[in-house]
Design a protein around this ligand. Structure first.
Ligand SMILES: Nc1ncnc2c1ncn2[C@@H]1O[C@H](COP(=O)(O)OP(=O)(O)O)[C@@H](O)[C@H]1O
Ligand SMILES: C[C@@](O)(CCOP(=O)(O)O)CC(=O)O
Length: 312
């Protein structure tokens, strides 16, 4: 048995901010995917995945008991399938900021939620919000507080715009310019990050007034501008705002940037060859880059692995 594919995602803008109330924009990233699969002979990796599913199933049982009005699962089938050797067969790297847990959550909801909202129905704003809430609760098993956006993106396989906590919608993003020199790219940091501890650091920082002020007056402000510019296709303004965002992140989200990338991050801002930002929670995994000239960026980042995900 092999279930439908669920894709990775890239949160172009909005990491951390969307836990509070910033705008956010995420797009599916079809390069990686995963599907539920049942096999009798499990490799070590599949066995680990199977064990993870077992723990997740116990969590879902609790979730359902505590939130009977939110969501119901066919837990008997889920448990039986796990006993038969079900695992999440996925090429999505874990702890890389491209939503490995989100795709897993989407796959489990799709297969085992009994009263599920399907992708085929007319997705009203209320239904989208309900789905996001369910996914947020489900995904928090993997990394504490979750906005639910990753699984939502994976489940629907369309770009999603978060206007605010209570206002989300499918987004039309400007079509890519073929042969355009501007690009969004993934930079592989070569180490994995862990979302849970990063989100905890953020929540701890949020207890301090100066950090909250910085978040509201700079981080969220620049994030919101980037989202608006990107959707409008205003590339010039976008780069000016991404630069500001890159700067604020370097100054205030240091634990989320692997130490060996601090210099490279700064160099981008100083030379204007590229601007780096967090891709998801950070702490490792991918770093997201924006450049007006991909060849220049490749030269400046020689020796690093760049994957272009969008062309301007
Ligand atoms: N194929 C898989 N099988 C079982 N669990 C998985 C699988 N992929 C991801 N996970 C779970 O999701 C966690 C990673 O999710 P997360 O910390 O949100 O990082 P990210 O979403 O950035 O990859 C893993 O530690 C693991 O618990
Ligand atoms: C930090 C956060 O805003 C994005 C996390 O993304 P990821 O789990 O690193 O892919 C958390 C969330 O919104 O669930």
């Amino acid at each position: 048995m092999k279930g439908p594919l669920f894709y990775s995602k890239i949160l172009l803008f909005g990491e951390y901010g969307i836990i509070k109330d910033s705008k956010g924009l995420s797009i599916p990233y079809n390069f990686y995917n995963g599907a539920l699969k049942v096999d009798e002979n499990l490799s070590d990796i599949s066995k680990k995945s199977n064990e993870n599913l077992r723990k997740f199933a116990a969590y879902l049982e609790e979730l359902q008991e505590n939130n009977p009005e939110l969501v119901h699962f066919d837990l008997e089938s889920l448990r039986a399938d796990i006993e038969r050797g079900m695992y999440f067969d996925s090429s999505i790297p874990q702890g890389y900021g491209v939503g490995s847990s989100g795709a897993l959550v989407a796959a489990i909801y799709d297969k085992y939620a009994t009263d599920k909202i399907t992708v085929l129905e007319n997705l009203t704003r209320d239904k989208l919000l309900k789905l996001k809430k369910i996914f947020g609760e489900m995904e928090s098993f993997f990394h504490g507080k979750s906005s639910g956006l990753d699984p939502l993106n994976s489940y629907l396989s369309i770009p999603i715009l978060i206007n605010s906590k209570e206002n989300i919608e499918p987004a039309g993003i400007p079509s890519q310019t073929e042969n355009g020199t501007g690009a969004v790219f993934l930079l592989d940091s070569g180490i994995t990050g862990e979302t849970g501890p990063m989100v905890s650091i953020f929540m701890e920082n949020m207890k301090q007034e100066p950090f909250r002020k910085m978040l509201k007056e700079q981080f969220v402000k620049h994030t919101d501008s980037c989202v608006e510019d990107f959707l409008k296709g205003d590339v010039k303004s976008l780069f000016s705002n991404v630069k500001k965002l890159s700067h604020v992140v370097l100054d205030n989200f240091k634990p989320m940037i692997p130490a060996q990338f601090h210099k490279l991050w700064k160099k981008g801002i100083e030379t204007n060859d590229y601007y780096l930002k967090l891709c998801g929670s950070g702490g490792g995994g991918y770093i997201l880059g924006f450049t007006e000239d991909i060849e220049k960026a490749r030269k400046a980042l020689k020796g690093y692995n760049l994957e272009v995900v969008y062309n301007f």
